[in-house]
Design a protein around this ligand. Structure first.
Ligand code: ZN
Length: 134
């Protein structure tokens, strides 16, 4: 059996193991299959089959450098998406720890740490002073 698999994948991309793009395709295909069964969105079944066919095509492809590039582009792209969500989370923690006030005089936004009680805020732009609870 092992011999059979070895011969099957010899010289093909799948011989180097499953890459991130393949794993992602398989997960998406399974999710789409479930969605197509549980909802009226039956056409998703065909999308799932197409994605499965694509990942099998990649596994059995002999154009290894190209498949490798494909995965590299995918990894780069998904890292960008992950970065986006990370920065989104960061700005949320900032919101939790800081209060942003607008200067009533010039509209300049001023970031003040939360939980300091009533404080006097001095606008760095127009030197206007105003009291706020932080
Ligand atoms: Zn101001």
């Amino acid at each position: 059996m092992k011999d059979f698999l070895y011969r099957l994948f010899q010289g093909r991309y799948g011989a180097y193991g499953t890459d991130r793009l393949t794993k992602f395709c398989l997960v998406i295909a399974v999710v789409l299959l479930f969605v197509s069964f549980l909802t009226p969105l039956g056409f998703l079944y065909y999308v799932a089959i197409a994605i499965l066919a694509y990942s099998y095509f990649r596994l059995f492809s002999k154009n290894i450098p190209f498949r490798y590039r494909e995965n590299e582009i995918f990894v780069k792209y998904t890292n960008k998406i992950a970065d986006f969500f990370r920065s989104f989370g960061d700005s949320w923690t900032q919101k939790k720890n800081y209060h942003v006030y607008k200067c009533p005089n010039c509209g300049q936004k001023i970031r003040v740490p939360r939980g300091k009680g009533r404080i006097e805020i001095r606008c760095p732009k127009c030197d206007n002073r105003f009291l706020k609870k932080s």
